[in-house]
Design a protein around this ligand. Sequence first.
Ligand SMILES: Nc1nc2c(ncn2[C@@H]2O[C@H](COP(=O)(O)OP(=O)(O)OP(=O)(O)O)[C@@H](O)[C@H]2O)c(=O)[nH]1
Length: 697
Amino acid sequence: MSTSIETLRNIGIIAHIDAGKTTVTERMLYLSGAKHRVGRVDHGTTDTDDDPEEQERGITIFSACVKYNWNEFNVNLLDTPGHVDFTAEVERCLRVLDGAVVVFSAREGVEAQSETVWRQADRYHVPRIVFINKMDREGANFESVFNDIEPRLGGRPVAIEIPVGEGPTHVNDPFRGVIDLVELKLLQFDPETEGKEVTETDIPDDLMDDALLWREQLIEAVCEIDEEALGYVMEDQDVPIDVIRRALRQGCIERTLQPVLCGSALHGIGVQPLMTAVGHYLPSPLDRPPVEGVLPKKPEKTVSRGPSDDEPFSALVFKILPAKTGDNYWIRIYSGSLKQNSRVFCPNRDKKENIAQLWQIHASKKDRDGQTEVLGAGDICCVIGPRFAITGDTLCDGKEQVELPSIQFADTVISMAIEPENTGDRKKLEETLDMLRRQDPTFRAVENEELGQTLISGMGELHLEVIQHRLTRDFGLNVKFYKPRVNYRETIGGTADVVGQCNRQIGATQMFARLSVRVEPLPDASAKTIVFDRLPPECPLQGDVRHAAIQELRDRAEGGGALAGFPLSGLRIEAYDAEIHEEGSDETAFRIAAGDAFDRALETAGPVLLEPVMKVEVTTPDDYMGELVGDLQQRRAIIAATETRGAMTVITAHAPLKEMFGYSGAVRSLSQGRAGSSMEPLGYQAAPKEDAEQFRY
Ligand SMILES: Nc1nc2c(ncn2[C@@H]2O[C@H](COP(=O)(O)OP(=O)(O)OP(=O)(O)O)[C@@H](O)[C@H]2O)c(=O)[nH]1
């Protein structure tokens, strides 16, 4: 196997739930020879979804990494979950990947979660190619999905293939192959060999006109990028295949276009060209701009010896799989090389770390490809030995310290109190929760010693359900679970101008401070609270004392609100005037005055309870529209839009999460299993008065 970095591809497959990511992955493993049998999601026999929870539910929950070789290319492929409760898995994978294959279902099209993952890929500047899957399904419509990509996602799709026929075998013109628009050939895939045998022939006359129309669009896109290609067109000559490929590769890597392919992963149609396209158009680690770090962090501190090479070593931890024999740290190496039995430095924790073992990653913790002595820049691998680093941390050479940009995870929206059934289990529960926290950066667990309970929080009902199963089933813990509740926040209802003061006799000193503070709500209630120092230049409050006053306001803003101590958001706080005395106006006095101002401001402006709101998308046949809309309205939802997408109607609504518990089950029963739904956090809104009342005392 060639180990050249030019032929390495670190890619991910991202999509809405059920679009077919795992099926595409399985097919790639089978076709590349990395696996001799095709695993089926519906039979629970895939390589990547190997967790019992995943097999039972038929969905991906944890990202998994597989390796395969195709032509001259070595591919590290991460299969990521589609369900919104597990977007953190997608987030961390996109942070370390060089390219992505975005899978859409030809029937369902651009769905809610496709928008989310597309935005995530934008955020991490990840080049992508598109695969329109499930072309064999009833209602499949290549053109309609293709046409949606630009208006809905802001993409620039360029078809490099079109389907021959659409839909299942019993329809008039069923899906039976693809036309390669770059080589202008018809590709057909032998069902007997599950798509392993591909026949390449000339395009029949009756399909040629359509193929040439699409090819014209492809050449237009290529000419926008490549002058040589434009030259050929101006002289009325055919653009050579290698020039088309070069231009598409450049456009894809620069993210000005996305090559689009299609097929049916379940039947092995169109997957081989997709694998070839991954090699041709997605970047190698060398094509990606270097990730900017903060360099150097603490030059005076060194560790004994980092792994030596011409270039200093740096890597990012993107996933941790706790194991009894030592946690498995999944890392992406950005520069230099890493050796087994070496020492590195984690600047985020200010700790030295051991690299005891170095492994190439295969699908899961139990099944890794092989231990290795040294790995270099561009590789994704697994190390055993570190103890302090967490997901998003940098590991680097001790001498030239770099801190790579970390990974941002969304806030949790739902919580549940839990407690051990007997005290004997308390310690084991604590250890298990700690382990789950290390593994899952979007899971929180906070102990309440007074109540003897722990509040666990996550990204949604399914997320907490999975955690619940893991505690009881995987770890055999006897735990009592209370009802889940949403994570509230607090803000203020209006503006307020107040003066906070400190006027106290402490010992022989008369302490004095006065601070004028103004608060006002921000237009977006979920925005982070901001604190401004607007004290005029001539203000007598200066230096450390002034800093202490502002810091007190910041600390209080970070703490909880006036109603029930929920996190505060969506307010702007500014200090604009201060009074001091010659004596007794020290840091303590101003901290007290700032705290007093803060309390008064919140009370005067009126505390408001905020509840999380979700963006809900329901895809349904027309017949169930009325009932589904009625049900949503009963849940205090606002219907934002309804539109037709293929054979289905899509309802978009904004609904408070509190009313949406058990919603996916309700949708299934209201539609006899024919409608589907997905939700993602949208923001926060004022909760109903009755809800706020329960927190007043
Ligand atoms: N007809 C048809 N069904 C497909 C195709 N690809 C996948 N499926 C089916 O669609 C369902 C979902 O496929 P998965 O591969 O699990 O989809 P996924 O995107 O990995 O789903 P999550 O991991 O849950 O997000 C399964 O029942 C597959 O058998 C296809 O090309 N044609």
